[in-house]
Design a protein around this ligand. Sequence first.
Ligand SMILES: O=C([O-])CC(=O)C(=O)O
Ligand SMILES: [Mg+2]
Length: 239
Amino acid sequence: MVGAWSPAPPASSTMTPVDPLTSEELGRVRALATSSLCDADKSLRLPDPAIRAIVPGVRMAGPAVTVVAPDDHLPVLAAVGEAPPGAVLVAVNPRGARAVAGELVAAEARRRGLGGIVVDGYCRDVAGLRALGLPVFARGSTPASGSARDPRGWDEQTVALGGVPVAPGDLVLGDDDGLAVASPAEIRALLPGAEEVERAEAAVLAGMRGGRSLADHTTLVEHRATRRAGRESSLAFTV
Ligand SMILES: O=C([O-])CC(=O)C(=O)O
Ligand SMILES: [Mg+2]
């Protein structure tokens, strides 16, 4: 795993497998909130929540393409021109003082059909990023760009994103609540559970719009009583 300078990839790097999930499975993942994915699998990798949505109101799900950009946006410019459609560009800036992605990188990502950009570090051009609407996640923004000197492109290796490992091809998932990372196998295993969470929560919300209480739709009362008695119990929906 790298969170710092690392060797350049081979000159003729092979393409990271683009999408081990079927397009049908990816469509199902993109329809789900990250909170539902985390409810269905409590062991999902969670990058530091300080890496947040810079562009609000959008969802992101796609296989990672990783790049290390130590206060230098040249690797990001190269990687965005190499990454396959649907990929999420994960740029780790181990120095973390300067922006390594902005409106131009995001516009190229959008033009090439990427799923989004995640920076463990800063971005810039926030107004332009929001106008573009491509999902972008970062620790924040700074107007100051770094250098443009490092000739490598995407790294095809595992990086540390907000403290968790991200291997090329891992799914990077994001929305206004933050980021989660999962292997395709983990996603396949959790999909039915996450869809069930959303179905149940939609039914609860519909019931509450009809005037019934939250407790009416859950085991809240029995669960508290059981816990008060010191016995094991789980809170559950009853819809
Ligand atoms: O952060 C950077 O230097 C890159 C930048 O401004 C852009 O992509 O528009
Ligand atoms: Mg710019």
